[in-house]
Design a protein around this ligand. Sequence first.
Ligand code: HEC
Length: 148
Amino acid sequence: MACALFLLLALASSRFAGADEAGYASWRARGFEIPEPLGGRKGDPARGRAIASDGARGNCLACHRLPLEGLEAQGDLGPPLAGIGARQTVGMLRLHVVDQSRFNPDTVMPGFHRRPERLHRVGKPWRGRPFLTAQQIEDVVAWLATLK
Ligand code: HEC
């Protein structure tokens, strides 16, 4: 009984947070945009910048040149991201980071918050989890939006 109650509470609180226990929040694209923030989260640009330049998390700099000083060995597989916030809507930025394959089915860019069943050949620690949680996606998107 206590156990069932605890389970209900846990379910209710994760529902409330808008994401499951792995940090995944379902999303819906409209055209080439995801208009709604994932799980209703509010992004923090400072945290987003840290995630983007962290090789263990976003690792965006493996493929993109980011407008950050003092970062060496930035990638050039993808386009530079300087000024991206002036060229695209927040909803488009969100879809790029969540699932770039919606723009280009052959992309090499990982889908950072793809539907879990659409991920293939995933290492054990990441099975059933998105690469970035709903909150981390919103943080990165908030940072990209500041790049004007
Ligand atoms: C493995 C390489 C790779 C990684 C890692 C990667 N990207 Fe990309 N990204 C690309 C490529 C290549 C493109 C160009 C479009 C395409 O081929 O899909 C792209 C396109 C984009 C675009 C659209 C740019 C435009 O001008 O339309 C955005 C925004 C973007 N990436 C953001 C990110 C962010 C943020 C991260 C980190 C969370 C990231 N990318 C990680 C390879 C990568």
